[in-house]
Design a protein around this ligand. Structure first.
Ligand code: ATP
Length: 248
């Protein structure tokens, strides 16, 4: 569903030009949840933003559902293939728009019919009551806001969701509810997830496979079983795992 070949991502120009991702190759199957982990600044979000078309200074090959996408502006059909769920829901939902308007916006842009009904169904699917459509983001909790951004991400029925630290801004008690919702949606709709996370526990819970990034390189890939049992090749991956388990 997602194939990346020798992806290099850059920021800045001239002598300030900086290579944040240094030739990453990976592929993610349909229905798989793939977790990108690594310390802050290792390049995880840069990979995600290149795939999403949010950052355009990159080289290499990205194929989404077997079609190549370039760094240039995406077509409507290409955009409809994937959606992002951000750490901070305010990245996706406008603070001055009602919940209903935020969820309806992608449907309006893509001129989908029956938007009222669709918003109602989406709210219901993410576990929010219908009257929430009239509320503003500051009138609902952080977990509820993240449910709204998930509803918005689902609106166009994109087969791929890019999850950028989707629960790290939430209270621990709410985190698992949102993760369980994502898990249920994935099974129900055969979605493919690429998840960026600091949190190895979240990744172990959610992901079929992980990729470990360090300094812009993908240094190791491992299955969930390997992650859980500690059967990792690179000392750095072990360190991340042990730190997450409180063993370090
Ligand atoms: N807009 C930008 N301009 C310049 N450098 C940037 C920009 N965005 C990211 N970088 C740099 O690129 C490198 C990779 O950043 P990136 O955000 O991809 O890492 P990350 O692993 O996602 O980190 P975090 O977990 O903190 O989000 C870092 O050194 C960062 O400083």
């Amino acid at each position: 569903m997602i194939e990346i070949d020798n992806l290099r991502v850059f920021y800045g120009a001239g002598s300030d030009r900086f290579e944040a991702v240094r030739g990453v190759t990976l592929s993610i199957r349909r229905g798989e949840t793939y977790g990108l982990v690594g310390e802050s600044g290792s390049g995880k979000s840069s990979v995600l933003n290149a795939i999403a078309g949010r950052h355009t200074d990159w080289t290499g090959h990205i194929r989404i559902n077997a079609s190549s996408v370039g760094p240039a502006r995406r077509s409507r059909a290409e955009k409809a293939m994937l959606q992002i769920v951000f750490q901070d829901p305010y990245g996706a939902i406008h603070p001055k728009h009602t919940v209903g308007a935020s969820i309806a916006e992608p449907l309006e842009i893509h001129r989908r019919p029956d938007r009222e009904k669709a918003v109602e169904r989406l709210l219901e699917r993410v576990g929010l009551p219908p009257q929430f459509r009239y509320r503003f983001p500051h009138q609902i909790s952080g977990g509820q806001r993240q449910r709204v951004s998930i509803a918005r991400a689902l609106a166009l029925e994109a087969p791929i969701l890019l999850l950028d630290e989707p629960t790290s801004a939430l209270d621990v008690s709410v985190q698992s509810e949102v993760l369980n919702l994502l898990q249920d949606l994935k099974e129900e709709r055969d979605l493919t997830y690429l998840m960026v996370s600091h949190d190895m526990a979240v990744v172990a819970h959610m992901c079929d496979r992980i990729g470990v990034m360090q300094g812009g390189d993908l240094i190791e890939e491992a299955s969930r079983e390997q992650l859980i049992s500690g059967n990792l090749e690179q000392p750095y991956s072990q360190e991340l795992r042990e730190a997450a388990l409180g063993l370090a």
